[in-house]
Design a protein around this ligand. Structure first.
Ligand SMILES: *[C@@H]1O[C@H](CO)[C@@H](O)[C@H](O)[C@H]1NC(C)=O
Ligand SMILES: *[C@@H]1O[C@H](CO)[C@@H](O)[C@H](O)[C@H]1NC(C)=O
Length: 184
């Protein structure tokens, strides 16, 4: 009698575990189960991607994508803007062919093309935004930052009061950035 519910529920419990294992096997040789571990394995700091990344894929060729619940902004020294889907190519000490990541500098937003660290490490990390490269202390990226949602569409039904206030503030900054860009 009691075995019946077991039989019904066991697959339900086991299924997510199988799915987890399958997505881990996408990583090829690596045992990493989070994008943060993948970064570490490539000699990159874990704080390059914000907290709460649940979905990602890395191919054996190093091509990867990271899926966020929402586009969001994270603050380190300047501000970084993550699109919902950030993709690129990972190699040791370097991410290139980046898409979906922008960095703010002097109120302007720049598409980040690549990110690299020195091997062996000099404690610096370089963000390449096309014409220019900007360097920061690696220590700014030790831990995954909090990322504040910025919706480009309408504000959704208020579910998170604090989140709304913050995203309003961010949007103001974004507007400043945009107007700065217009002046150029
Ligand atoms: C992955 O796990 C296996 C078995 O636990 C281990 O032998 C191997 O060294 C690990 N690989 C990496 C890259 O950590
Ligand atoms: C993210 O973008 C990459 C490259 O365009 C694509 O291959 C991948 O399927 C996308 N992932 C998701 C979850 O949309």
């Amino acid at each position: 009698m009691f075995s019946f519910p077991h039989n019904v529920f066991l697959p339900i419990l086991v299924f997510p575990i199988i799915i987890c294992c399958c997505s881990a096997s996408l990583l090829g040789r690596s045992n990493a189960t989070t994008i943060y571990e993948v970064l570490s394995e490539h000699g990159l700091p874990m704080g390059l991607f914000p907290q709460g990344v649940r979905e990602f894929a890395v191919g054996e060729d190093g091509l990867f994508w990271v899926r966020l619940d929402e586009a969001c902004n994270a603050k380190f020294e300047n501000e970084l803007h993550y699109e919902r889907n950030v993709s690129g190519h990972l190699s040791y000490g370097m991410i290139d062919a980046l898409s979906g990541l922008e960095a703010q500098d002097l109120f302007l937003w720049f598409q980040v093309m690549s990110i690299r660290v020195d091997v062996p490490s000099t404690g610096l990390i370089y963000f390449d935004v096309g014409a220019a490269s900007k360097r920061f202390p690696l220590s700014l990226f030790e831990t995954p930052p909090e990322c504040v949602a910025v919706s480009s569409q309408q504000q959704d039904a208020p579910s998170h009061h604090q989140g709304q206030v913050q995203s309003g503030r961010i949007r103001h900054k974004l507007n400043q950035g945009t107007s700065g860009r217009d002046v150029l």
